[in-house]
Design a protein around this ligand. Structure first.
Ligand code: GDP
Ligand code: PGA
Ligand code: MN
Length: 584
């Protein structure tokens, strides 16, 4: 098979000449193709069948022990001009980068099959969606892309109609960390990834296309490609408000997107609808509001910590037809991870007999890959081609101190400053130290495909006279008490905070104005039936002017790090907040 599109055939031929696979397979996305691939992977050990009585259709994959997370230090943005990539990215000259990685690709698919995967990010008929083609030598990647994107014949037909697509070339290579790069060439709409078979390094539709290349395209075309979940909150009157929220990796996006209302709310008729759990593409509609789609078709979620008590929706979603990566297994071959209250690990994520001396049984970044259609709260509007209207944008991260449970920006410019100033403790989603506080503007530090200074300016540019922009908020579920424990119960109880947010959008609830924004007063937040003491709540809603003064000064230095690319308007906003704190 080949395509009607010459540009696509030529590229596939070029890649085959470079990588020299034994054979080439064009993926049509059919069930027969998926079944055949699965059988092959079970036969060669790439996949292992889990207990089919308890977990029908579920399989386990163990990645190479040195290949278990995104590798930010090996991820490059290769724009022509180094300044366009910005200090927030690692950069290499495009010609040098191609030469370096093509030398690795040389002959790397000998003895292997090369798969050509046409895919569409977003509903297949949506004008907001964009297509790409990933070429890979990993059948595991094919199986994951089939779940995470709209893959196969319909995507190929759209690509042939449009004539343009993002080119993604991937090989697992030797899985050698010394021979591993994830390179982006935004001006060429091209991605080249070598030496990793894991998640965002290898499923090129996800972070590489939908965020790094996507953000570059979005800036040129006047839209936003963001690291955000999209959730619909339906109140007892039957009104649904959509919220888009940016939290860094492993900071609660999947959980918030699938939230189960606390019992009292459930009885009163509140419902939660999942549109997306990781990535959001938004653009202004004719009415001036921002409309969002989820470019993905599945979830690549963090397994540890997922349980009936924290995320029952996810547990139901992953009960069948799920690929688990790097989890442990029980004696009767069920998947297991830390945080599951029942069962015990017999074999750890590397396939060794479990021994606590070797660390956690499941890798802290172990994952499930599952179709969004299996999610019981999957929104009936998730496939709407024009997207869903966004009422509120929420930023948040892991902040053990200082940052209140929730606050609201004064206006769009202040909201952009709050997003730019986001900080969070690092997690196991990327290699490197865990628990280190770093700035992660809009949760895009690892994913913004261009200079953060230009990105802030792009965000500010949406504030046009006829725009009806969402209100902007900041949340922190991770504030800790003196005992080191979380002060806020989180998970389903986060709906109480979302309720306040939606009521603020409607002008239906009060707040206390502070230099950092509007904060709920006692009584504004509904805490009936919540097991939390007065003192914890006071701490969660307090604003410490001294602590904030030094935080805001630090934000000023951070904005300076992008030099003249940081918009003057954002610097002026930082000075305004600093002055308000000095007078508080
Ligand atoms: P994502 O990578 O941003 O989608 O994050 P997840 O939703 O997968 O959550 C990552 C980790 O944070 C998991 O261990 C969750 O159990 C934990 N988490 C999520 N929401 C909350 C919350 O509201 N409170 C607390 N304390 N932990 C949470
Ligand atoms: P996440 O993405 O860590 O943001 O969930 C997974 C990945 O890119 O590997
Ligand atoms: Mn997630």
């Amino acid at each position: 098979m080949a395509s009607k599109l010459k540009a696509l055939n030529d590229w596939v031929d070029d890649v085959a000449r470079l990588t020299r696979p034994d054979s080439i397979r064009w993926c049509d996305g059919s069930d027969a193709e998926a079944a055949a691939l699965r059988a092959e992977m079970l036969a060669d050990g790439t996949l292992m069948e889990l207990n089919q009585d308890t977990h029908p259709g579920c399989t386990l994959h163990r990645s190479h022990p040195s290949d278990v997370a995104r590798v930010e230090h090996l991820t490059l943005v290769c724009s022509k001009n180094e300044d366009d990539a910005g200090p927030n990215n690692h950069w290499m000259d495009p010609a040098a980068a191609h030469a370096k990685i093509d030398a690795l690709f040389e002959g790397c698919m000998q003895g292997r099959t090369m798969y050509v995967i046409p895919y569409c990010m977003g509903p297949i008929d949506s004008p907001i969606s964009r297509c790409g083609v990933e070429i890979t030598d990993s059948p595991y990647v094919v199986a994951n892309m089939r779940i995470m994107t709209r893959m196969g014949a319909p995507a190929l037909a759209r690509i042939e109609r449009e004539g343009t697509f993002v080119k993604g070339l991937h090989s697992i290579g030797e899985l050698d960390p010394e021979r591993r790069y994830i390179m982006h060439f935004p001006e060429e709409l091209t991605i080249k990834s070598y030496g990793s078979g894991y998640g965002g390094n290898a499923l090129l539709g996800k972070k590489c296309h939908a965020l790094r290349i996507g953000s570059w395209q979005a800036r040129q075309e006047g839209w936003l490609a963001e690291h955000m979940l999209i959730v619909g909150i339906e109140n007892p009157q039957g009104e649904t408000h959509y919220i888009a929220a940016a939290f860094p990796s492993a900071c609660g996006k999947t959980n918030l997107a699938m939230l189960i209302p606390p019992e009292g709310y459930r009885k009163a008729g509140w419902k939660v609808w999942t549109v997306g759990d990781d990535i959001c593409w938004m653009r202004p509609g004719k009415d001036g509001r921002l409309y969002a789609i989820n470019p993905e078709a599945g979830y690549f979620g963090v397994a540890p910590g997922t349980s009936r008590s924290t995320n029952p929706t996810a547990m139901e979603t992953i009960a069948r037809d799920t690929i688990f990566t790097n989890v442990a297994v029980t004696a009767d071959n069920q998947p297991w991870w830390e945080g599951l209250p029942h069962g015990a690990p017999a074999t750890d994520w590397q396939g060794r007999p479990f021994d606590a001396k070797n660390g956690p049984a499941a890798h802290p970044n172990s994952r499930f890959t599952v179709s969004a259609k299996q999610c019981p709260s999957w929104s009936p509007h998730a496939e709407d081609k024009h997207g869903v209207p966004i009422s509120a944008i929420v930023f948040g991260g892991r902040r053990p101190s200082l940052v209140p449970l929730v606050f609201e920006a004064h206006d769009w410019t202040h909201g952009v400053l709050i997003g730019a100033a986001m900080g969070s403790e690092t997690t196991a989603a990327a290699t490197g130290a865990v628990g280190v506080l770093r700035r992660d503007s809009m949760a895009m530090k690892p994913f913004c495909g261009y200079n953060y200074g230009d990105y802030f300016a792009h965000w500010l540019s949406f504030d046009k006279p006829d725009a009806k922009l969402p209100k902007i908020f900041h949340v922190n579920w991770f504030r800790k008490g003196d005992d080191g424990k979380f002060l806020w119960p989180g998970y389903g109880e986060n709906l109480r905070v979302l309720e306040w947010i939606i009521d603020r959008c409607k002008g239906a609830v009060g707040a206390h104005e502070t230099p950092i924004g509007y904060v709920p007063r006692e009584g504004d937040l509904h805490v009936e039936g919540l097991a939390i003491d007065e003192r914890a709540l006071d701490t969660l809603l307090a604003v410490d002017p001294m602590g904030w003064a030094s935080e805001v000064a630090d934000i000023g230095h951070y904005l300076e790090s992008f030099g003249t690319r940081t918009p003057e308007k954002l610097k002026a906003e930082q000075r305004r907040v600093a002055a308000a704190l000095a007078n508080a």
